[in-house]
Design a protein around this ligand. Sequence first.
Ligand code: HEM
Ligand code: HEM
Ligand SMILES: *[C@@H]1O[C@H](CO)[C@@H](O)[C@H](O)[C@H]1NC(C)=O
Ligand SMILES: *[C@@H]1O[C@H](CO)[C@@H](O)[C@H](O)[C@H]1NC(C)=O
Ligand SMILES: *[C@@H]1O[C@H](CO)[C@@H](O)[C@H](O)[C@H]1NC(C)=O
Length: 384
Amino acid sequence: MPKPHLLCWLRWAICVAAQFQGYAPFEDDQLTYTIRVPQGTANLSLGPIYFQLNSTRLVQWVALGQGAAMHGANMFVVYTSGDNVTLSPRAGKGHYQPLYNKYAQASLIAGSGVYEGAITANVRCDSCITWEGGTENPANPFSPWIWAVKYGKPLNTASMTATLREHDAFGTFFVNLLKATGADSDNPFIDLDRASITRAQTEIFDHEGFDKKRTAHAVLMTVAFVLLFPVFALALHIFPSGIVRVHATLQLLTLAVTIAGFGLGVAMAKDVYLLSHHHPIIGTVVVACLVLFQPGMGFLQHRHFRKTGGQGRFAYLHRWFGRIMIILGVINVGLGFQLTGVDSSAVPKGAAIAYGVVAGVIGLLYMVIISLSWRRQRTASDSN
Ligand code: HEM
Ligand code: HEM
Ligand SMILES: *[C@@H]1O[C@H](CO)[C@@H](O)[C@H](O)[C@H]1NC(C)=O
Ligand SMILES: *[C@@H]1O[C@H](CO)[C@@H](O)[C@H](O)[C@H]1NC(C)=O
Ligand SMILES: *[C@@H]1O[C@H](CO)[C@@H](O)[C@H](O)[C@H]1NC(C)=O
């Protein structure tokens, strides 16, 4: 079993058990597809993947393929051989019969056969991560696959090059390969626990909505951590005393901005099932810590100051905890850029460099202002 991630437990208890993705085109038992990526293959982006085709209806052929359409798809067609089933790897070239693909490395494994009218093909594929003309990224949460079925008289041939007639039904679905990942096994379909199969999706991923969320999330978090938090912290040093109330109010507003950004982040992570990356983990920790501790420590220091006129324990805690969280937040914005992909259209290299420069300049300014204010305080106390 994959190690359950804390956030998994909190939000999607189901992801602990998810080790297979399944798809039933007719929403019933007559035709089911099940896909499994072994953990070792996921780790290395290299190795076998497994899938099952299972039809309880008499079919001439039934097929599964990697790709969004026939053209370019890495296909696997299954039909009866007489006493068992034949697995025929095919390469899709267009809207005509896909031809036998001699480069494919795929084989039937135990459990395959025709049992009481049900055709089952359990397949181990060693050319499904990289194949002639394509690749699969095992971390892709929206991997497109195609399926098709032709009803009628069984073909009953062991020939892998049998002539196929056009399908009666076909379609595309999207496999979350992260949810199809589970422990290494030579045959994951032996004693298959149907409860560990999660449904593949049919609706097309809303890229536009996702892009909007991502942009808003990035803008809110960048502005909050690189600009607002540091500036409102420095306000205490730039302006004379009496400003704590302003600092508190403005920081609480900025905190609200980061909570909004966090909500968008969680929505995105849910869309693409990416909660266990460093970026969402660090982000969650920083936002949770800021909400839970920072205002409290600030208020406690403020109360202490009103009573004694001095700095208590909480002043140091609040100051250093605040500084560390701001720095973590700034780093995490960079990790977010990395997650989206530096040098992609969403994060051009120039934008990432500009971000680094701006964050660096603000960090330097912060240190200069702090040390100036510290020196001013020291000379003030020296002259007393
Ligand atoms: C004898 C073999 C085949 C023939 C003659 C054939 C022919 C066609 C034709 C004419 C279309 C367009 C249909 C339309 O738009 O209404 C089509 C679409 C499609 N076929 Fe096939 N097909 C064959 C095998 C397969 C196999 C084996 C698969 C699955 C592995 C498949 C999956 C699809 C899918 C998903 C589409 C819709 C996406 C696209 O346009 O490519 N077909 N096929
Ligand atoms: C999450 C929001 C907040 C953040 C990120 C934050 C951050 C900071 C930082 C970094 C400093 C130290 C500035 C420096 O010397 O580098 C500071 C000082 C201070 N903050 Fe906040 N702050 C927040 C909210 C609050 C709130 C709600 C109060 C409530 C009154 C507060 C009260 C203070 C006080 C009294 C100081 C001066 C402590 C001292 O004497 O050194 N802060 N804050
Ligand atoms: C194929 O599907 C039928 C109907 O859901 C099921 O009873 C059977 O166990 C499945 N075969 C395998 C090998 O899972
Ligand atoms: C895959 O990587 C994870 C950590 O990244 C590790 O815990 C696991 O043992 C690895 N599994 C295999 C089969 O290589
Ligand atoms: C069908 O062939 C596969 C692969 O060779 C084998 O593992 C399986 O036991 C066979 N099934 C039957 C019912 O003979």
